[in-house]
Design a binder for this molecule. Structure first.
Ligand code: KIV
Length: 280
């Protein structure tokens, strides 16, 4: 059985912190789950990490479906959340429901995530009414990067902080089971986490959220283009991969790989017959 949204919500009630990571493919999802992560996000950051775009905007529903299927195949226990891409839920509630439904039916994920505050509350309530769990996303919402003018901390003024608090309350009332708080001041994240009963999952929001989400390739040191200030490299996997590949190239060049150990062998009698045929 997979982790349920009720178990995730109970973690907050029990004071148990929630560690969440992104994964975009079968192999990484297998590793992430085997390390003990209960909640995996197939984020639209795959647009940058997997596809080399400079934002999440070009990611399509089919991209998310393709990658979420692989993550679902690589896991048995984790709750898989699929991100709803730009313009798959903003145009109308009907489209949002249809696209959230496609994600659930075509991938086997257990929940969807979408960005936006009060103005998204009706959409979230409608999706939840259809039986689809929704994770919200507030603060810096990357699909609006062109409005924000870059990945900037949100909620620094009284007015904007009050709006994010209202947004969080609206999402809770709409039935969201958790909310990602991205790039908001630590004190605001702490205040919201106290005020609402559903878990807050921070990223660049300080240590006082109920949980934390990070982009897997950032914490592994695998994404060369950009290292956000809010991340920490827990390994230098990118360097390890490069070193391994350099070793492979050198071994091919100096003929130390492959060896007889990595080969299959012909029965000497068959070889002798072949040679005899050739000579005769
Ligand atoms: O798409 C993503 O990976 C995200 C996280 C950064 C929260 O939304």
């Amino acid at each position: 059985m997979r982790v349920s949204i009720n178990e995730i919500m109970a973690m907050k009630a029990n004071g148990e912190r929630i560690a969440m990571l992104t994964a975009y493919d079968y192999t990484m999802a297998t590793l992430v789950e085997s390390a003990g992560i209960p909640l995996i996000l197939v984020g639209d950051t795959l647009g940058m990490i997997m596809l080399g775009n400079d934002s999440t905007i070009p990611v399509t529903l089919n991209d998310i479906i393709h990658h979420t299927r692989a993550v679902v195949r690589g896991t048995k226990k984790a709750l898989i959340v699929a991100d709803m891409p730009f313009m798959t839920y903003q145009v109308s509630i009907e489209e949002a429901i249809r696209n959230a439904g496609r994600l659930m039916q075509e991938t086997g994920c257990q929940a969807v995530k979408l960005e936006g505050g009060e103005w998204m509350a009706d959409t979230i309530a409608s999706i939840v009414r259809c039986g689809i769990p929704v994770m919200g996303h507030l603060g810096f919402t990357p699909q609006s990067v062109n409005i924000f003018g870059g990945p900037r901390v949100q909620g620094k003024t009284e007015e904007s902080a009050a709006q994010i608090i209202r947004d969080a309350q609206a999402l809770e009332e709409a039935g969201a089971f958790a909310i990602v708080l991205e790039l908001v001041p630590q004190e605001l994240a702490a205040y919201i986490s106290e005020r609402i009963s559903i878990p807050t999952i921070g990223i660049g929001a300080g240590p006082d959220c109920d949980g934390e989400v990070q982009v897997l390739h950032d914490i592994l040191g695998m994404y060369p283009d950009f290292t956000p200030r809010h991340t920490r490299r827990f390994a230098e996997v990118g360097t390890a991969i490069k070193t391994a590949i350099e070793g492979y190239i050198a071994a091919v060049h100096d003929s130390s790989f492959p060896t007889a150990k990595q080969s299959s062998h012909l029965d000497p009698k068959v070889l002798a017959l072949l040679k005899a045929e050739d000579e005769g």
